[in-house]
Ligand binder design. Structure first.
Ligand SMILES: [Zn+2]
Length: 117
């Protein structure tokens, strides 16, 4: 169910993720603001930001998700204080990206090291 202002917002909005298709969905982002995305982008989660790949890439694939998140937080300017100041929704988004990047690295590691052929 969309409110009147949401319908207005979508009227000639373009998807913020692909900047190509007409937006059909509203997604809530940090601090209560919203973004408009198309159906295709809505179905797929946002790509992992390069900075997350960079930092997570320095962690060994055998480390736990928790340890990798802790390392990521320690790499932020002002570390945990910065992390704590973020809204919960944003922290969750970062954690999702971190866990995904770590899982991808793990998958690649076992693919490369795997003995099955
Ligand atoms: Zn899109």
């Amino acid at each position: 169910m969309q409110t009147k202002s949401e319908v207005e917002f979508l009227k000639d909005a373009v998807c913020v993720r692909c900047a190509r298709n007409k937006a059909t969905q509203l997604v809530r982002v940090a601090n209560g603001s919203r973004d408009a995305v198309c159906d295709r982008c809505h179905a797929r989660p946002a790509a992992v930001p390069a900075i997350v790949r960079q930092i997570v890439g320095r962690c060994h694939v055998g480390q736990s998700d928790r340890a990798v998140i802790r390392y990521f937080v320690s790499r932020l300017k002002h570390g945990y204080a910065t992390w704590r100041a973020l809204p919960v929704t944003e922290r969750k988004t970062w954690m999702r990206h971190i866990i995904r990047a770590h899982a991808e690295n793990r998958g690649l590691y076992f693919y490369v090291m795997g003995g099955s052929r």
